[in-house]
Design a protein around this ligand. Sequence first.
Ligand SMILES: Nc1ncnc2c1ncn2[C@@H]1O[C@H](COP(=O)(O)OP(=O)(O)OP(=O)(O)O)[C@@H](O)[C@H]1O
Ligand SMILES: [Mg+2]
Length: 504
Amino acid sequence: MASILEIRHVSKSFPGVKALDDVSISLAAGSVHALLGENGAGKSTLIKIITGVQAPDAGEVLFDGASMRFSKPREAGACGIGVVHQERNLVMRFSVAENIMLDRLGAHSLSRVDHTAIADEAVRWLKMLDLDIDPGTPVSRLSVAQMQLVEIGKALSLRSRVLLLDEPTASLTPNESAALFAIIRKLKADGVAILFVSHKLEEVFGICDTVTVLRDGRNVCDSVPLAGLNRQDVVKMMIGRAEQLARRAPRSKPAASPLLELRGYSSDAGHRDVNLTVRPGEIVGLYGLVGAGRSELAKSVLGLSRQTGGEVLLNGQAVHITSVASALHHHGIGYVSEDRKGEGLILLHSVLDNAGITIWQRLASRFGLLHDATVAREVGPVIAKLEVKTPSLQQTIGNLSGGNQQKVSVAKWIAAGVKLLIIDEPSVGIDIKTKAYLHDLIHELAGRGTAILLITSDMPEMVDVADRILVMDRFRIKGEVENDRVYERVSQAIMTFIHDRKAA
Ligand SMILES: Nc1ncnc2c1ncn2[C@@H]1O[C@H](COP(=O)(O)OP(=O)(O)OP(=O)(O)O)[C@@H](O)[C@H]1O
Ligand SMILES: [Mg+2]
């Protein structure tokens, strides 16, 4: 098949990092092409070179056989190349419709803007993505998953011939991803060339035809059919060895009395009569579909929405937590937010500064002044275990790859030494190898007596990590599943609670 877009021998270096080294790839019309590789392998950099966000040091980009170099991302859009970048590019104070049409508004900034037509177009795309939302809603009010769907809707509305999707499903649940895949299949039938980046290999095998794997900025393979390969073949190309699926040893029973207890908890956010306990050394999972109210529950307990009934007890004492900062400093509770970009990291600061934020309070009181060496000593081992790819701890965190930023935002909490850690979607965007290491770290943390509340939409992760699993639906706890780590049985039991909407 003739290729629409071809990248030939592209190289790109940043200070201390060769992000791409002689990389080639070619995208065909009517085909879905997977771009795979570990965190920091060079996937996003390649996409940014195609769209003109970054300029290559060497090599060329051919579009319809002609050499192209875009100097501004908007030029790529005008040429028929649509893109969903890994990092979010929405204007928070603008509405959903305005964001979706932003590039077109910009192009015709002097002409009169037909707001009704814009809203209509936006609604059409969002409906196709199963997102039922008023297009006049400011983006700042959306959940992380909804923002992601708006980004995708925005790229689709350009009706491009080439669509580059950099981890579009990272923060989506399987249901939402399925809606996107239906659209991808339709676009493929219409002859669109699609590039799809994901760390979820089931998705890749579900929708992709061709695959390119990068390791340390070099091609391991270049545009080969996926049909002849299985999961282990692909994993080997990505990480250089086979995947290790160790079965977890049973964990010792946690202490008897709960560290955190919710009794008949209700909130402004919509929670009704939530009962929940987490003991020291115990990992309690909170599973549910998107919109079930899990992240909202964590945020509400931490004071981000109002408690309207019931009790929050810490070590048997009723408490009222007013903010995330006070949760950390007065109660020893840590919170790994699902919204890394919005809340988790200070992107203009170094890896070391970011890592030091959470341990500052604990160590500063002991040592007076907190030296970089102290922070490095505390957080260094966690950063090493998670294989954070950075030229140094002084590197600005915004320059790390998406997955490596995520690793730092989780690492700093693992090193924080809190009594209770609430972890919301810890492995979004983290490659399969590091994910296993992260699960090890969470187990070690619980082994040292930390109480852990884990929120994840990733069922295999839930079954690998949690001791017992609470199922939440529509802001209520529907039931509890004891986790014996037999995947089929546990996932079935969870889904039964979710589908039984009459029970509660
Ligand atoms: N602007 C930049 N300045 C310095 N280094 C950069 C910059 N952009 C990317 N890098 C480095 O280039 C390498 C490749 O990064 P890239 O974002 O392309 O990885 P990726 O394959 O998309 O990883 P992930 O799966 O984590 O998203 C990384 O080591 C990253 O730190
Ligand atoms: Mg990336």
